[in-house]
Design a protein around this ligand. Structure first.
Ligand SMILES: *[C@@H]1O[C@H](CO)[C@@H](O)[C@H](O)[C@H]1NC(C)=O
Ligand SMILES: *[C@@H]1O[C@H](CO)[C@@H](O)[C@H](O)[C@H]1NC(C)=O
Ligand SMILES: *[C@@H]1O[C@H](CO)[C@@H](O)[C@H](O)[C@H]1NC(C)=O
Length: 654
C-alpha cells in the first residue's frame, strides 16, 4: 500500500472514531435539557422525558455477582448496546434476621453484595437506566423466591393481604423504598420503572388484588413516583395485575409474535415490554446442563426487536447462587416435597455473559441486532477486555475433622420432638435459615437388625450415623435419589446395625438443599413431618445442632487431625491455596468428590454434587488474596485426596 493510502486509511478511521465520539451518551440524549417527566406508558409506545425510547435491558442481579465486578459486567452490558439493566431485590438477604437489615454494612454473611445503592450508582455512571423488581416475592430461582425463612415461624399466607404477612412487608418496604427513591429517574437517578411482585398470576385463585394495591400504596407512601409494572406469561391473562394501576409486561422464551399479539389484545394502546426473554435456562441437580443455541437466541431476539417490543434479556449475566442461596422447583406442592428439584449453585443460565463474565456468541449476536434495530444512536464504550482465568495447581488435603469434632464446636438446642430448622430459637429468634441440621440421640440401646423409620418426608436428605459411622447409602448418582435418605421416599426406613449396641449415639444429619422458589407454601427444612422410631419405639428428647457454616465459625475451626484416607461419612477437609501473584478468577474442580460444599477463606462458595451436571464452582479473584487461602470442604461421603482447579466449568458426562 502506498504511503498516502495508509494516511488516507488512518484519516478515515479517525473520522469514524471522532464521529462515534460525537454521539451523545444515553443520559445526554434523554436528559440534556433537564428532566421533566419519567418513563411514560400512556400511549402505544414508551417515552422517557418526552422522547421516544425502546428499553433494551439485560438482567444482572447484584447479589449474584461480586461487588468488585459490578462495573465490569455493567460496562460489558452497555458495550453491547443495551440502555438499561434490570435487577431483582432479595428480601431474604437484606433482612437476614427479623428486623435486622443489611444494605451493604449490616454485618450479615452476604454484606459485600448488598449495597444496592452503590450498584444503581455504578449503573448510572456506566450510562445505563435501571429497572428494579423489588418483589417482595421475586422467584428468580432464588432461595424461597427471595422470602426470608423466618417468615415460616409464624402462621401467615404469604403473597396475600393477610395482615400477619403485610406487617413484615410493610416493615421491609419502609426500609427499602427510601433507599431506592433517590435513585429514581425524576430524582436524577437511573431507575425508570419498578416491578410489583413477580408472575403473580401463578397464584391462580389466590391472586389477591387488595395485596397488589397495598404494595403499590406502600411504594407511593415511600416516595416512589416512576412507572410501576407487573410481569406474567401472557397466556395467564390479567389474573396477576390491575390494568389501571400497572403496565403489564410479558415473560416467555419462544413464539414471540404470538406472545406479543396476545399482549396487545390484553392491553390495547399501551407499549409492549417483554420483561423476561429467557436467554437460556437454569440447571437442577441430577438433570442435564441446559443450553439454547446462539442462533435460536438471536432469531427470537430479532423477532422481539422488530415486532417491535422493548425487552429485558433474562439473564444477561446469570452469575452465582453463592452460599446456600439457590432455589428449587416443585411441580406438585400438594405432595410434601416428593417432586422437589433443587437448582445448582451455578446460575450461568447460558446467558450472553458467562458466570465468570466472559463473552459468548449470544453477546455478539445481541450487539449486532441492537446496532441494527435501535434508532437512537448513542456513544458506547469499547467492549472491555476479559478478566483472566487460571487453573491453579491442585492442592493436597492436609487436615480433617470428623462429625463428632465438628459438633463439639456448635451449641445444641434441646427439644423433646423433632422440629425444623426454622423453629430453632437461635439467631435472635429468627431460626436457622440455611445449611445442615443434626438431630442427635445419645444413650441408646440398639438391638441387632433394628430398623430406623422416619415418618413423613426428609427435607431434604439425611445421613444416618451410629457411633460416628455412616450407615446410610451414599448419594452419588441420580438413581441414588430413589434410595433411603432423600425427599423422594416417604416413611423411609433403614437397618441400623448388625450387632447389639449399648449406649450408642445416633446422628441424623439433614441437608437443606434450598427452598422452592415458584409456588410458596409452608416449606420447612429438617425432620418435622412425623416421629423417628427404632423398631416401634418413638425417639424423643433430641439434641439439635444447627450447622450453619457461618464465616466466623469456619474461620475459627481448629484441632485439625491427620487425614484418614479410608474414612467415610461427613467430615471437614482442609487445604491451602498459596498464591504468589495477583489472584485470578478460577473454578474449583470437584469431580473426584461426592457431595458437599466448599468454603474459601470462610465464605461458602456453594454446593457440589457428583451427580452433576456441573462439577465446578466459580471462584472469583476478589475472594482470594496473595499468600495463603484456606479452602474448607464439607464432604458427605468420601473425600478425594486433593482439590483441583480449572479455567472454566466442567459438566458431567451423562
Ligand atoms: C415516536 O414513536 C411513534 C410510534 O412509533 C411515532 O409515531 C412517532 O412519530 C415517534 N416520535 C418521534 C418524535 O420520533
Ligand atoms: C454411581 O456412580 C459411580 C461413579 O460415577 C459409579 O462408579 C457407580 O457404579 C454408580 N453406581 C450406580 C449404582 O449406578
Ligand atoms: C456412654 O457414651 C458416652 C459417649 O457417647 C460416654 O461419655 C458415657 O460415659 C457412656 N456411658 C456409659 C454408661 O457407658
Amino acid at each position: 500500500m502506498a504511503l498516502n493510502a495508509v494516511f488516507q486509511l488512518i484519516l478515515n478511521l479517525l473520522v469514524i472514531y471522532a464521529s462515534s465520539q460525537d454521539l451523545p451518551t444515553n443520559y445526554e440524549y434523554y436528559t440534556s435539557e433537564g428532566v421533566k417527566s419519567g418513563l411514560s406508558a400512556d400511549q402505544s409506545f414508551f417515552t422517557l422525558n418526552g422522547r421516544n425510547i425502546s428499553i433494551y435491558s439485560g438482567a444482572v442481579h447484584y447479589f449474584r455477582v461480586p461487588r468488585e465486578y459490578w462495573r465490569d459486567r455493567l460496562r460489558k452490558l452497555r458495550a453491547a448496546g443495551l440502555n438499561t439493566v434490570e435487577t431483582y431485590i432479595a428480601w431474604n438477604l437484606h433482612e437476614y434476621e427479623s428486623g435486622q437489615f443489611d444494605f451493604g454494612s449490616g454485618g450479615s454473611e452476604m454484606e459485600p453484595f448488598l449495597d444496592v445503592a452503590e450498584f444503581l450508582k455504578i449503573a448510572q455512571e456506566e450510562d445505563l437506566f435501571a429497572i428494579v423488581r423489588s418483589g417482595p416475592f421475586i422467584c428468580g430461582e432464588f432461595e424461597f423466591g427471595g422470602f426470608p425463612s423466618w417468615l415460616l415461624r409464624e402462621d401467615m399466607t404469604v403473597r396475600t393481604s393477610d395482615p400477619a404477612y403485610m406487617k413484615y412487608v410493610t416493615r421491609f418496604f419502609n426500609e427499602l423504598m427510601p433507599i431506592l427513591a433517590p435513585f429514581q429517574f425524576q430524582k436524577g437517578g437511573p431507575v425508570i420503572a419498578l416491578q410489583v411482585e413477580n408472575e403473580y398470576a401463578l397464584m391462580h385463585n389466590k391472586a389477591d388484588m387488595a395485596y397488589l394495591k397495598s404494595l403499590r400504596q406502600l411504594m407511593l407512601d415511600n416516595g416512589i413516583i416512576e412507572l410501576l409494572v407487573t410481569s406474567d406469561n401472557p397466556v395467564r391473562g390479567k389474573v396477576g395485575t390491575i390494568p389501571e394501576l400497572f403496565l403489564m409486561t410479558a415473560n416467555y422464551d419462544k413464539d414471540p409474535v404470538a406472545q406479543l399479539d396476545m399482549m396487545r389484545k390484553l392491553q390495547p394502546g399501551r407499549p409492549l415490554m417483554t420483561m423476561e426473554y429467557w436467554a437460556g435456562w437454569f440447571d437442577s441437580w441430577g438433570g442435564r446442563h441446559n443450553s439454547k443455541t446462539a442462533e435460536v437466541f438471536a432469531q427470537v431476539y430479532e423477532a422481539i426487536l422488530s415486532y417491535p417490543s422493548s425487552v429485558n434479556i433474562y439473564m444477561f449475566q446469570g452469575g452465582t447462587n453463592f452460599r446456600f442461596l439457590n432455589g428449587a422447583s416443585d411441580t406438585d406442592a400438594s405432595d410434601g416435597n416428593a417432586a422437589f428439584s433443587p437448582i445448582t449453585t451455578s446460575y450461568d443460565y447460558d446467558s450472553p455473559l458467562t458466570e465468570g463474565g466472559d463473552y459468548t456468541d449470544k453477546y455478539y449476536k445481541a450487539k449486532e441486532l441492537l446496532e441494527k434495530y435501535n434508532p437512537v444512536k448513542t456513544k458506547l464504550p469499547e467492549v472491555p477486555t476479559l478478566v483472566p482465568k487460571v487453573a491453579y495447581d491442585a492442592i493436597p488435603i492436609t487436615g480433617q475433622l470428623p462429625l463428632g469434632d465438628i459438633l463439639d464446636t456448635v451449641s445444641s438446642v434441646d427439644s423433646e420432638k423433632l422440629i425444623p430448622m426454622e423453629k430453632l430459637d437461635i439467631n435472635h429468634n429468627s431460626g436457622q435459615s440455611y445449611g445442615y441440621i443434626v438431630y442427635r440421640k445419645e444413650n441408646l440401646q440398639i438391638q441387632a437388625n433394628a430398623v430406623l423409620t422416619i415418618e413423613g418426608r426428609v427435607c431434604d436428605t439425611v445421613m444416618v450415623l451410629v457411633n460416628g459411622k455412616l450407615v446410610s447409602p451414599w448419594l452419588e448418582n441420580m438413581s441414588d435419589l430413589d434410595r433411603f435418605g432423600t425427599w423422594r421416599w416417604a416413611d423411609s426406613y433403614l437397618t441400623l446395625t448388625e450387632a447389639d449396641l449399648t449406649n450408642a449415639t445416633l446422628d441424623l444429619v439433614v441437608e437443606n438443599w434450598g427452598r422452592v422458589n415458584v409456588v410458596s407454601y409452608k416449606q420447612y427444612k429438617g425432620l418435622y413431618q412425623g416421629a423417628a422410631k427404632i423398631n416401634d419405639n418413638e425417639l424423643s428428647d433430641w439434641k439439635i445442632f444447627p450447622l450453619e457454616f457461618k464465616k466466623s465459625w469456619i474461620n475459627k475451626l481448629g484441632g485439625w487431625r491427620d487425614v484418614d484416607g479410608a474414612s467415610t461419612g461427613p467430615s471437614l477437609l482442609k487445604a491451602t491455596l498459596t498464591i504468589e501473584e495477583e489472584p485470578k478468577d478460577t473454578f474449583v474442580y470437584m469431580e473426584e468428590w461426592k457431595k458437599g460444599i466448599v468454603a474459601v477463606n470462610g465464605f461458602v462458595l456453594g454446593r457440589y454434587a457428583r451427580m452433576g451436571p456441573v462439577q465446578t464452582l466459580y471462584l472469583p479473584a476478589p475472594f482470594l488474596k496473595r499468600g495463603d487461602n484456606e479452602i474448607v470442604v464439607f464432604e458427605h461421603f468420601k473425600p478425594a485426596e486433593e482439590v483441583g482447579f480449572s479455567t472454566e466449568h466442567v459438566y458431567a458426562r451423562h
